[in-house]
Design a protein around this ligand. Structure first.
Ligand code: KIV
Length: 269
């Protein structure tokens, strides 16, 4: 198999023009990044959802630059051809444009990311523009913003009221005008996501936003069923790895307790 060419932000933008859908999934470690790349995933997002999926935080608010750099470096070491996008954590771009540019630079120079993502439309327009002007590609993110949980008090589907729709329209225009190469639309009613997708020249990448976006992203641990039990409505489970892992751990426990592991074939006589 011929190796894939490195995916660039420009190539992601071209996809919209050509009508080729964009595939994105999250990764926080070397092995997952390699597997996603083998599956020809276009965008490998080191999402700050790592905070709730792998690190045990209750929301993404406590995720730090240190956490995100650690996971971004692990993903970058996989030397993938997919575009590696690092999520800027809460507080890493809110104080000033200078702070945002400084931290975005850390993601590309220390972390090895190809681009960064940050949450917010119109309110972050100047920040996105400052990072883009520093030469760092930015993936926008509008709609449901998990980092705004303190203000919002919960995770709610967006685009249900006229005021929300107008705000979303302002947001997508702001993200585009600021120079982002694409924008995540999170939990936006499908008809509104469709409208936003039509009104912008940059690709939209939906999560919980229906099928009319220019691409789709899911949190990998959700689609793999790693956390068992509850799955948000917008998630399709492509595997039940949580159950499989538990079964394997139980089998190992039994084998060890019964003296069945290791056997002759696993020992050095
Ligand atoms: O952190 C994350 O995984 C994300 C996706 C939900 C887009 O931002």
């Amino acid at each position: 198999m011929t190796p894939r060419k490195k995916i660039t932000p420009k190539a992601i933008r071209e996809r919209k023009r050509k009508g080729r859908l964009i595939v994105a999934l999250t990764a926080a470690d070397f092995i997952t990044a390699r597997l996603l790349d083998d599956a020809a995933v276009d965008i490998i997002l080191v999402g700050d959802s790592v905070g709730t999926t792998l690190l045990g935080y209750e929301s993404t608010v406590p995720v730090t630059m240190r956490d995100m750099l650690h996971h971004t470096k692990a993903v970058a070491r996989a030397k993938v051809s997919g575009l590696v996008v690092a999520d800027m954590p809460f507080g890493s771009y809110h104080q000033s444009k200078a702070q945002a540019v400084r931290n975005a630079l850390r993601f590309v120079r220390e972390g090895g990311a190809d681009a960064v993502k940050l949450e917010g439309g119109l309110v972050q327009k100047a920040t996105i523009a400052a990072i883009v002007n520093a030469g760092i590609p930015v993936l926008g993110h509008i709609g449901l913003l998990p980092q705004s949980i303190l203000q919002e008090g919960g995770y709610k589907v967006q685009g249900r009221t006229e005021a929300q729709v107008e705000a979303l329209e302002r947001d997508i225009h702001a993200v585009e005008e600021a120079g982002a190469f694409a924008c995540v639309l999170e939990y936006i009613c499908a008809p509104i996501a469709r409208k936003l997708t039509k009104m912008t020249s940059i690709p939209t990448i939906g999560i919980g936003s229906g099928r009319h976006c220019d691409g789709q992203v899911l949190v990998t641990s959700d689609m793999l069923g790693l956390q068992g039990g509850f799955a948000p409505r917008a998630v399709r489970r492509y595997a039940e790895l949580g159950k499989e892992m538990k079964t394997a751990f139980e089998k190992f426990t039994k084998d060890v307790l019964k003296g069945k592991f290791p056997g002759k074939e696993e020992s050095f006589e």
